[in-house]
Each structure stands twice: as C-alpha cells, then as structure tokens.
Ligand binder design. Structure first.
Ligand SMILES: [Zn+2]
Length: 471
C-alpha cells in the first residue's frame, strides 16, 4: 500500500471521528478557553450599569420602556450582533398613580403600600372600611361571605425564602387571584402581605389578574413589617379601620417590542440557540436584578463568543424579551411568530432569577441528547455548578416555546435573598456582585457555544406523537 493511500485512509478515519455526532475534544477545549476568558470580562456589568443608569425603571408601555428598546437595539448593534430587529406586540396599558394605605382606627398609622400591577383605581378619596384578616388565599375561598361583605380583605400569608425560589409559586396566587376571590365574597378592596421576603419597610408589587365575570376591586400590597403591624392591631379584637387609595389606571392598549440580535452560525445560520432576559421591569426600582442582570449576562455571553471564539455551527440568538412582567406578552408573540419555524429552534435558556451565582444545570431534552448535556456539564463544573434534573423550565419567556416542544437548558441561579429585592424600590445596581455576574456570563458562554456547536440535536416536539409505524 502506498504512503498516499495510507494518508487517505488516515485522514478519512480522522474525518469520520470528527464527524461523530455530538461534541468532541476540540469543542470542549474551545468552550473551556472561552469560559476562562469570560470570567475576566466586565461587559455584562458595564451593560447593566448602563441600563440602570441611563434608562432606569422601564415598565411595559411607559416612555422608559420605549427608551429601553432603543437601548437594546443600539447595544446589540454596537456589540456586533447581526439581524438586529424588533418584534412588536400589544397589551393593555396600566399606569400607576398616587397611592397610599393607612390605619385610621383604633391606632392611626401609615402603611408602606404599593398597588398591584393591573389593579383598577379606587375613587380619589379611596376605600375606607374595616379590615378582615384571612390567613391565605386558600383560606379566603373557604371564608364565610358575611364576614367579608363591605370589608377590606387582608391576606396575610408570608412566603418562604429558599435557594430555588420554591416559596414564590405557592404564595403568589394571593397576588394574582386574590382580588377576584375577595370580590366574590363581597369585599371592597384587597390588601395582601407582600409576596416577598424583605424585612425592610418596602412593599413588593407584581401583576394581578381579574376574573372577568366578577366585580373588579382595587388591590395592593403592604410591606412585611406593616403586615405584622396590622396583624398585631387586629389581635386586640377591636375593629381596625383602614383607608386604601389606588390612583392606578387601566386604559387602552400599548405597544412594546422584543429586541432580537443574532450571532450567525458558520454552518446552519437558520438554526437557533436562544438565550436572553426580559427588558421590561417594574416601575419601583431600576430593575437591576429583575431582569437587567439577565439581559446583561446573555448579551455579554453571546458577544464574548462572537469576539473571542471560533464561530459555532448554529446561530446564537439573543432575545431581550418585552413585557414579561404583565403576562409574558413578548414570549407569546415570539412563539406565535415562529409557528412555521419551530424545529429550527435547537435549545434555549432565559436568565431571569437575579444575579446570584449559577449553582445547578438542568436540562429538558430528548434522552439521546443527555450525552451532550453531560459534556456541557463537564465544562460547567469548574464554575461550581452541579448537575440538576431533566425538566428545566427555560424561563418564563421561553415557556410558550417549551409548551410547543422546544428543548431547554436551565442555568439555575442561587436565589437566596432574591425575594428580598424582587419588585421593590430596592431592586438597584448595588445589589449585584460583579464577580457573580462574570460567573453567570461564563456559564452562558459554555452553554450557548456548545449547544450551537454540537453535531447532534436536543430534540424538538418533545411530546409529539410517534410517527405511524408502516405495516
Ligand atoms: Zn423577571
């Protein structure tokens, strides 16, 4: 056999090895280099400082929301993203107005109060009535109607703090559905103990919904210390009278946008790995944790790959989601727009749980893809990340895509203390640890790079019916 023939065979063998499905040693080496250089990058912190300083609060439908969209377009372009564009959608416009709550009798005291997002306004003079304490949302449903008619309902359950935010899901129903449940029993207004863990005298806002078949009543939250105070006063057994003023308005519709930018793939530019955070925030703070951090982390991660790495095969798409807070409007609009393009969506992950370090990597893929997930895990592990479960949520804005069968990665952040800050005036830049932000960027770099580079797929239509078997 000639030398030339051996060469051919050897190079053929090497190509065959190279073309093996999944990820090879070169891919992992490239991801490792990118990971380590990302740990020294200040880009995410600079983006977050810019967003919180130059835009600040950016509630959906507000003038600042529009400025944030323009900020997103400009930053994606200047970071070198291609195909930078916006995607519009409509939603009901809610505006906050003057608001307050105070105890009038038996011992007059002011309460730290904020209206819930979506609440109707009260009359300018407010609602004045006796307050009735209810232990929880579940207890409200079992409450005797006569006890609440003409009163202000006060749901007093306190959410628990935890690393993974588990306490939130259990408690938040008081905020989202409490007003209608109270109205059903004849209550005139709803006051809840904030869905949050802060012991500061700040109230936590957040979205609520009305049952369209029931009377709509004004709704707000008081701080945890004020909920304690109110409970102490009620314990004395005398009627406690409070006044609640909600100056909010719900009128007409507004338009906002997702902001989208691509780092085009070298081989399959029309296949997407989607990462991002939501661009809107509540109006009380500057949205540093919720979700400026997610925006900054994912923009910086993709930009880092674009600037320093070999270009992966698939496109890394960054989506700065619009109006997550009031009902995942941007996430729904994107899923709707991709109906005929679903299978081009390889895998996704949203960062929307603050700026704490990532401690766990979960996945949601077809079982055959777990070999790739294990390899991604190898490169994540030195960042202090452990392997999680196989039902990664992918984040709120990718929820509609997951529901359609898209694979998800879950880079889970340590959320201890996150609900001290969530939806309060304290959601500001000083709460962000720059080093934790770098760890997040490094993890997203690894996830996005290797997901876009693999020769395998993660599966789509993860619950589709099997193709009919030929007989
Ligand atoms: Zn959020």
């Amino acid at each position: 056999m000639s030398r030339g023939l051996w060469g051919l065979i050897l190079s053929g063998l090497s190509m065959a090895l190279h073309a093996a499905p999944g990820l090879d040693a070169d891919d992992l080496a490239a991801a490792t280099l990118l990971r380590d250089s990302a740990l020294n990058s200040d880009v995410a912190y600079e983006l977050l400082e810019s967003l919180t300083t130059e835009i600040g609060p950016r509630m959906a439908g507000s003038p600042n929301d529009a400025r944030a969209v323009a900020w997103g377009v400009e930053k994606l372009q200047s970071l070198g993203f291609k195909n930078v564009h916006t995607q519009s959608f409509e939603f009901p416009l809610w505006r906050r107005g003057p608001e307050s709550a105070e105890i009038l009798a038996p011992f007059p005291q002011k309460l730290a109060f904020t209206a819930l997002g979506g609440s109707i306004g009260s009359k300018p003079a407010g609602v004045t009535a006796e307050v009735v304490e209810v232990a929880s949302f579940a207890a409200l449903n079992d409450f005797p109607e006569a006890a609440l008619r003409g009163k202000i309902a006060f749901i007093n359950n306190r959410m628990a703090d935890s690393r993974n935010g588990a306490g939130y899901g259990a408690a938040v129903v008081a905020r989202t559905q409490g007003a209608s449940a109270a109205a059903k029993k004849g209550a005139l207004a709803l006051v809840i103990r904030s869905i949050g863990t802060s012991n500061d005298r700040v109230a936590h806002t957040g979205i609520m919904n009305y049952d369209p078949t029931l009377t709509r009543i004004p709704a707000g939250a008081i701080s945890n210390p004020d909920a304690d105070l109110l409970a102490h006063m009620l314990k004395r057994g005398e009627p406690v009278k409070i006044r609640v003023i909600v100056g909010a308005k719900l009128s007409g519709t507004a338009t906002s946008h997702n902001v989208i930018g691509d780092l085009p793939g070298s081989e399959f530019p029309d296949q997407y790995v989607v990462i991002g955070g939501h661009l809107d925030s509540w109006d009380l703070g500057t949205g540093a944790l919720d979700d400026g951090a997610g925006v900054a982390i994912t923009m910086a991660a993709a930009a880092h790959i674009g600037k320093h790495g070999p270009r992966p095969r698939r496109t890394i798409r960054v989506i700065l989601w619009g109006n997550e807070e009031q009902g995942i409007w941007g996430g729904k609009a994107y899923a709707e727009s991709q109906k005929n393009n679903l299978r081009q969506h390889w895998i996704g992950a949203e960062s929307d749980f603050g700026a704490g370090k990532i401690y766990r990597f979960s996945s949601f893929t077809k079982p055959e893809a777990l070999a790739d997930i294990d390899k991604i895990m190898q490169v994540l592990a030195p960042l202090g990340i452990e392997r999680g479960g196989t039902n990664a949520s992918g984040g709120p804005d990718l929820g509609p895509m997951k529901a359609l069968g898209m694979a998800m990665g879950g880079l889970e952040q340590d959320g201890t203390g996150y609900f001290d800050i969530h939806h309060t005036p304290n959601d500001t830049l000083d709460k962000v640890d720059p080093e934790a932000l770098q760890q997040n960027v490094a993890a997203y770099v690894v996830f996005a790079y290797l997901s876009a580079q693999t020769r395998s797929d993660f599966g789509f239509g993860l619950t589709p019916p099997a193709a009919p078997v030929a007989r």
